[in-house]
Design a protein around this ligand. Structure first.
Ligand code: 39S
Ligand code: ZN
Length: 766
């Protein structure tokens, strides 16, 4: 029979239960015991959902209190000493690596956190030493959770991140020079020990994730697969059977690296259905193929007909016993259940499927193949009906939007003048000192703000009252910036629930949800709006708040928008129209907003594009160039409608600039702020080598952690930056917005930042 498998289930729970529990624990309002009990409750609930859905292969160890890679770091004894030797218990050590720890005389920043492939999820980077050793902890999480499920009557398939991916996704610690992949020999015994324990506990198969196989890999990493999987083959009798798992891309270019003797191979056929033929012809004679046909990255109902066709192609070649139908990747990137969405228009809700519904889908697809379509006839018919309804719906099509798109001219992509002329006109207006200080946009989203917004959303307070509240927040933010002595102000974004969701809610062509949360990092979640049709802007979206902010401020005030590519990437995009078309529609809507802000007297406008880098296709080549072409065009289309004297800023976090610099330069923004505090300042070298003439603010401190950076630390960072950048092009700002922080630490950090800037201002004053 064809089995059904889920590669991973979202862990936050139907009501962001995990977020609430961890945050309560951090605040000292929940005991460790209660935190662990809540985590257990969630795991059991999620296993039960999948079991009830009829899924054959249910994952375990897909859970994590903060991040699954971080859990591996701890279980493998790869905890840097600064966390392991300061007397923290296991849970606090874990959170210290994830979010820093500044309490009880301990002061450690967090480990670096970066994007998980091309998703909006973030993982903690394994951070390794030259003399790194590994050892398995006494009660490894993978074993404990396998046993826990078994005791609940569910025989799961544990998920592990494979050794090559674990090392490839890691880095040398600051000041260390080890190449992580060179540590393979030392790491493998830990995997063997862990796999052996899983087998002893009863696990028959293990999902071993090697997603790095979708990248273009350096020779050394490629060479690591053979010894790693030969080692596992040599102890095959002692360990579970391995399902070698890849996702988020095709593996055709690395097919020779797939071990021939593993029990099964999983490939993502949602992203790259065309790889099936090649993969099938290269498969080992006994290997089972796990075909990923239910999208783990988006919320559209699966097209059963298409999914079954794909799976049948594999069945014809391999037979039913050698095919597993599965989700394309973990469902971590999808919301918990559609059942919570009481406010969605039923016509549109019929097009969607969230994690719990996807579990049902995958079981149905397996049944359709094993027992024949007649066994699930009703479900197939209902599915076909939904597909037709969506394809023919009037809701998705807006001729006026298409008409405008067809009229875009080459001149719509260019500013009036080049940067040198622009910056002098801007400087006349803005009169900024050397080393201007600014922040990235958001200020703390306090409990009070959320409560007021919640009341407003529920209709408990009137719009006028809510608007008044927002104005008071803006007043307060301006006053605080006066006191801090910042140079370019922000209004603080108090009116925004999220930088993407907020715009989605104000644009036509979008649907939005009430409970569809997805984990972004640690306890932080997002509720991506859903692009269902052609996008347009019925009315200005941010002008009212920005105009008010300018009216109460004596310093330049930045207008604040989320760029077209980030709006696209952090929404659930349509899958029936190319992403470039959706980005262009967003760009046109934002262009009107930018021009309206300028008309309202806003001289500095920041258009954030933190997701531009994450959208970059994972492999170099034509696809990448095509992406950069439309992404850069979308940004330019949205920003260049202004006068030379209006200063355009853009912001990037989570960006590795080495392979990306030319695109950033091509945006032609006047000022860039980038995340930098966790990276080696050497990386700023690209801006020198490539002679970047415009202004730039590399972040001077990390905003993900409550830890307060000292003035000296910030000065040291600036000093390093000055080795690469000219004083007259350098801005001083944090890595990113401050919405996740408390006011107390925000003020303390910004005082130190402003003082550090003043120090250099005095030093360079002539
Ligand atoms: N979309 C997106 N992706 C991003 C980022 C981002 O800002 N947005 N930043 C980067 C890092 N990722 C982040 C992701 C989320 C958050 C974040 O702060 N999320 C908030 C939720 C933001 C939100 O939508 N808030 C809503 C809902 C708030 C809420 O919880 N309301 C309560 C009711 C009010 C109460 O009693 O607290 C409820 O619904 O139950 C609002 O403010 O209106 C959180 O998890 O806490 C930060 C960074 C990369 N990716
Ligand atoms: Zn940012």
């Amino acid at each position: 029979m064809v089995q059904s498998a889920v590669l991973g289930f979202p862990r936050i729970g139907a009501n962001r239960d995990l977020k609430k529990a961890t945050e309560a624990y951090w605040a000292g309002n929940l005991s460790q015991t209660d935190l662990l009990a809540e985590a257990k409750r969630l795991r059991l609930a999620h296993w039960k959902i999948q079991k009830d859905a009829g899924v054959d292969v249910i994952p375990s160890n897909d859970f994590a209190l903060y991040d699954q890679v971080l859990s591996h770091i701890q279980d493998f004894g790869a905890v840097p000493e600064r966390y392991s030797n300061v007397g923290l218990d296991r849970i606090d050590e874990y959170f210290a690596m994830g979010r820093g720890h500044q309490k009880g005389g301990v002061d450690v920043p967090s480990l670096e956190m970066v994007k998980w492939f091309d998703s909006n999820y973030h993982y903690v980077k394994p951070t390794l030493q030259d003399n790194q050793t590994f050892s398995l902890t006494s009660n490894p999480k993978a074993v404990a959770e396998y046993v826990e499920a078994k005791e609940a009557g569910i025989n799961t398939r544990p998920v592990l991140l494979g050794p090559v991916s674990f090392l490839h996704l890691g880095k040398a610690d600051r000041g260390q020079s080890v190449e992580p992949i060179d540590l393979l020999e030392k790491l493998l015994p830990v995997y063997v020990e862990l796999l052996t324990k899983l087998k002893e506990a009863g696990a028959e198969t293990v999902q071993i994730d090697e997603p790095v196989l979708v990248f273009d890999l350096p020779a050394k990493t490629k060479a690591a697969f053979k010894p790693a999987y030969e080692k596992f083959a040599s102890v095959a009798a002692k360990i579970p059977q391995l399902v070698f798992t890849t996702y988020f891309g095709d593996i055709v270019h690395n097919l020779d690296l797939v071990p021939k003797d593993v029990y099964a191979l999983h490939v993502d056929l949602v992203r790259n259905p065309e790889q099936l033929e090649t993969v099938l012809s290269a498969l080992g004679p006994k290997t089972t193929l796990s075909v990923g046909v239910v999208d783990g990255r988006n919320i559209w109902k699966t097209n059963f007909k298409r999914a079954i066709e794909v799976a049948e192609t594999a069945v014809q070649k391999l037979g039913k016993d050698r095919v597993i139908v599965a989700t394309s990747s973990s469902l971590l990137h999808t919301p918990h259940t559609l059942a919570s969405e009481k406010k969605l228009d039923p016509e549109i809700a019929d097009w969607f499927s969230f994690a719990s519904e996807k579990a049902v889908e995958i079981a149905l697809i397996a049944k359709a193949i094993t027992e024949g379509p007649a066994s699930v006839r009703e479900a197939l018919e209902a599915n076909a009906k939904s597909m037709t309804a969506r394809a023919t719906s009037k809701r998705t099509n807006n001729p006026q939007v298409k008409e405008r798109q067809s009229k875009i001219a080459a001149s719509d992509y260019n500013r009036k003048s080049e940067f040198p002329s622009r910056i002098s006109q801007q400087q006349k207006k803005l009169n900024l000192p050397l080393f201007p200080t600014t922040t990235i946009g958001s200020f703390p989203q306090t409990k009070e703000i959320r409560v007021q917004r919640n009341k407003f959303t529920k209709g408990e307070i009137a719009e006028a009252q809510y608007d008044k509240f927002i104005e008071q927040e803006i007043d307060m933010n301006v006053k605080i910036q006066d006191e801090l002595g910042l140079d370019v102000y922000v209004h603080g974004e108090p009116e925004r629930n999220d930088m993407v969701q907020y715009f989605g809610e104000r644009l036509d062509g979008y649907a939005f949800t009430t409970h569809a949360w997805v984990q972004s990092y640690g306890s932080r979640c997002v509720r991506p709006p859903i692009i269902v049709g052609d996008i347009s802007r019925p009315a200005p979206m941010t002008v009212k708040e920005s105009k008010y902010a300018v009216s109460v401020s004596s310093k330049p005030m930045k207008g604040m928008l989320t760029g077209p590519v980030t709006c696209l990437r952090w929404s659930f995009p349509r899958d029936d129209v190319h992403q470039s078309v959706q980005a262009e529609q967003l760009a046109l809507a934002l262009r009107d907003e930018v021009v309206d802000l300028e008309k309202a007297g806003i001289d500095v406008i920041q258009v954030d594009e933190p997701a531009l880098r994450e959208g970059l296709p994972l492999r170099a080549g034509k696809e990448r160039e095509a992406y950069l072409d439309w992404a850069v065009k979308a940004f330019r289309l949205s920003t260049v409608g202004v006068e030379d004297s209006t200063q355009i800023h853009s912001h990037f976090c989570y960006s590795e600039f080495q392979d990306f610099f030319h695109a950033i330069a091509a945006l032609d923004a006047d000022v860039l702020s980038i995340e930098n505090s966790k990276s080696d300042s050497k990386l700023l070298g690209v801006f020198v080598d490539e002679a970047y003439p415009r202004h730039i603010g590399p972040g001077v401190y990390d905003i993900h952690s409550p830890r307060i950076p000292s003035e000296q630390e910030i000065k040291d960072r600036i000093e390093e930056m000055l080795q690469y950048l000219k004083p007259e092009q350098l801005w001083i700002n944090p890595d990113c917005g401050l919405k996740t922080r408390q006011w107390k630490e925000t003020k303390a950090a910004l005082v130190n930042m402003v003082n550090a800037a003043k120090f250099f201002r005095a030093k360079y004053a002539k």
